[in-house]
Design a protein around this ligand. Structure first.
Ligand SMILES: [Zn+2]
Length: 291
């Protein structure tokens, strides 16, 4: 029933339901499925549905940090010294970063690319939401830059994991999407790598019903997975430290929520992550450097 994951991903079952995880992240995290309370459109805005996400990663409700997502590229920084996220109204942003292991960072998607990032050296983490607007606005690159600016992360230490999202098997887009990338500084030479004249199904991701076999005038089939990877590599992330579920939300409506497929009846999925506890000091208790 569940599509076979690859690239280090695997299925787990926790209190909220089934979820995907990727072992490369090495910090607590998960990508939820439609089986969670959030996966029902009527439940997706209820606090109890989100509390379950926080609890599944070992934090209480007040420790869940979310954003009012607006398909932009603004960043929220949540440091250890700040008040609990649950006590604050949601700010407009699509990227959340933190060094605090007592908080769970979470974004919601229903076709857009959910990105989770962990710094293997310092333990700081990020959760980001990138639909085509966010991608054209540089969300993957800006997430890496924010971790560098705020917490001193080096791209060579970061692991980036992209969860399930709509693929080029199903995602027909209009000329405004291609134009947004051109205006976002992506060259005409790059665009043919991400915009295709026909759907790009695979054995694991069949095209959803009703798609035209060839693109209509001023339409393309968009590969957001490759566009995301390109930005991450340009930002200095080694290719071997970028992992993609490569599973399409619209191809598997029984597993994931897809706005493209379900419209307003689609629920939501969460991508959530918690920072690692600070590394032990290399100094011994009496202050001398450990041998
Ligand atoms: Zn698909």
């Amino acid at each position: 029933m569940f599509p076979k994951p690859s690239d280090g991903f695997g299925w787990v079952q926790v209190a909220g339901g089934h979820a995907l995880v990727c072992e490369a992240l090495a910090v607590p995290h998960l990508f939820t499925t439609r089986s969670w309370a959030l996966g029902s459109a009527s439940e997706a805005d209820r606090p109890a549905a989100w509390d379950l996400v926080g609890r599944s990663l070992g934090s209480d409700a007040g420790s869940l940090c979310r954003a009012h997502q607006v398909h932009g590229a603004s960043v929220i920084v949540r440091r250890m010294s700040e008040p609990p996220c649950g006590s604050q109204p949601l700010e407009q942003a699509d990227i959340i970063i933190s060094d605090d292991p007592s908080r769970v960072l979470a974004i919601q998607t229903a076709d857009c690319v959910p990105l989770l990032v962990a710094d293997r050296r310092t333990g700081v983490v990020a959760a980001a939401h990138a639909g085509w607007k966010g991608m054209a606005a540089g969300v993957p690159r800006k997430t890496i830059e924010a971790l560098a600016c705020e917490f001193g992360s080096r791209p060579s230490d970061l692991v980036v994991v992209a969860g399930p999202s709509v693929g080029a098997c199903c995602y027909e887009v209009g000329v405004e999407v291609r134009d947004a990338f051109a205006q976002g500084g992506f060259t005409e030479a790059l665009l043919p790598h991400w915009f295709f004249a026909a759907p790009q199904p695979t054995a694991g991701n069949p095209s959803m019903p009703g798609l035209p076999a060839q693109r209509r005038a001023d339409h393309w089939f968009f590969d957001g997975w490759s566009a995301t990877r390109h930005q991450l590599e340009e930002a200095g992330i080694p290719a071997s430290q970028i992992h993609s579920a490569a599973l399409c939300t619209a191809s598997h409506p029984e597993i994931w929520c897809s706005y493209r497929r379900g419209g307003k009846t689609a629920g939501r999925m969460a991508a959530a992550i918690r920072a690692a506890s600070p590394r032990p000091s290399p100094c011994s208790r009496d202050g001398r450097r450990a041998r």
